[in-house]
Design a protein around this ligand. Structure first.
Ligand code: PMV
Length: 362
């Protein structure tokens, strides 16, 4: 598929007036990280993520045909029941990027009602779930205009549009494992949209658990937009992109053969490499906090003293995602409650597991 294939041409139904669609879309956590891009949201390496289950955004898109045609966007944003101006610039930016592919967005007045299942200022990025939920609502509208589009095209284009809002959002449409970015060992992979991991996954990874420890709920000092930009002149970037693509290859084998030791090693190394890139960019910055490190040390200690396959990964922030197989759930949950939540802000953490992607809600 090329970008041209995603341009809506000659819609069949021209009578669309008024209505609404609601989609629930999950967050995701990358195992091999995407950090570095070129325009327009083209990743410098392939990435792979677990789709989450409990952490999601629910978005309702209400549309009404404009009385007087204009090329201006008409958007009202309601976040958790209240009018919200803060999200508007990001949404307008998204509209500008996707207009070429869904030109009908200038023809309607829109009300976007959105809410997250996780606390807003939890440090959990809502851009992946938020942008994919919105992209799915627009695809639903496109389906009304063009009912013959296939389910496959629907999801592919939803991921394509979501990517233009936030790169990692391309991986939030489906589950349980999604690859985004062209890779020679992953058939059908693309820089334009995410695809489901195309090979059979070993049972060790079924219903994998993710406990998200909320270490720091404050605003990040450096946004991921700035972080991606800093990879452009980064002294280690070239090697990093090669390494990430090699790690996709390794992780693809691990996911198929069920080697949990190798999984732990690769996933933790990816998390630390992401943060190493931040610490070695210019300007340099640090997003982890002292308690992030304390949690990591505790996890390593626990692994040394028990026969556990628990490991951690990190997003662009201080929170720690604790990953472990379902069969260790009881023991690890006790370990978390007894040893880790003391390092979380207000003792807060979220129990999640791997999910299967977005859902239409009537
Ligand atoms: O989707 P963005 O532009 O917010 O970038 C997110 C990048 C990481 O979350 C740090 C890694 C990833 O692959 O999700």
């Amino acid at each position: 598929m090329t970008e041209e294939d995603f341009i809506l041409k000659n819609p069949k139904n021209t009578n669309l007036e008024k209505g609404s669609f609601t989609w629930q879309s999950p967050s995701n956590i990358a195992l091999v990280k995407y950090w570095g891009k070129s325009d327009p949201q083209i990743p410098r390496n392939a990435s792979i993520s677990f789709t989450l289950n409990n952490c999601h955004t629910i978005t309702t898109l209400e549309y009404l045909k404009k009385r007087t045609p204009s090329s201006e966007y008409s958007i009202q944003v309601i976040f958790e029941g209240k009018a919200n101006e803060d999200f508007k610039p990001k949404i307008i930016h998204f509209f500008k990027r996707v207009e070429k592919y869904i030109p009908f967005i200038t023809e309607f007045d829109f009300v976007i009602k959105t809410e997250n299942s996780f606390p807003h200022s939890s440090g959990i990025a809502s851009s992946a779930s938020g942008m994919s939920a919105l992209a799915l609502c627009f695809m639903h509208m496109e389906k009304e205009l063009n009912p013959q589009i296939s389910d496959h095209y629907f999801k592919q284009k939803a991921s394509f549009l979501a990517r233009l809002g936030s790169g990692s959002a391309a991986r939030s449409v489906e589950g349980p494992l999604v690859v985004w970015g062209e890779h020679n060992k992953i058939s059908e992979s693309s820089n334009l949209y995410g695809i489901k991991f195309p090979y059979k996954v070993h049972k060790n990874f079924t219903n994998y658990q993710d406990a998200i420890l909320l270490v720091d709920k404050g605003e990040k000092q450096v946004s991921s937009t700035v972080g991606h930009q800093l990879m452009i002149d980064h002294p280690f970037a070239k090697q990093r992109f090669i390494q990430a693509n090699e790690n996709i290859n390794k992780l693809s084998n691990i996911l198929q053969n069920g080697d949990l030791n190798a999984f732990v090693n690769l996933v933790e190394s990816e998390a630390l490499t992401l943060h190493a890139m931040m610490m070695t960019s210019n300007p340099y910055f640090i997003l982890i906090k002292p308690n992030t490190l304390k949690i990591i040390e505790k996890i390593w200690e626990y692994r040394k003293n028990t026969v556990s396959n628990i490991c951690f990964t990190l997003d662009a922030g201080a929170n720690v995602h604790v990953l472990f197989p379902e069969k260790e759930k009881e023991k690890v949950n006790a370990f978390i409650t007894n040893n880790l939540i003391a390092f979380c802000q207000n003792n807060q953490y979220i129990c999640d597991d791997v999910g299967f992607g977005a859902m239409n809600l009537e």
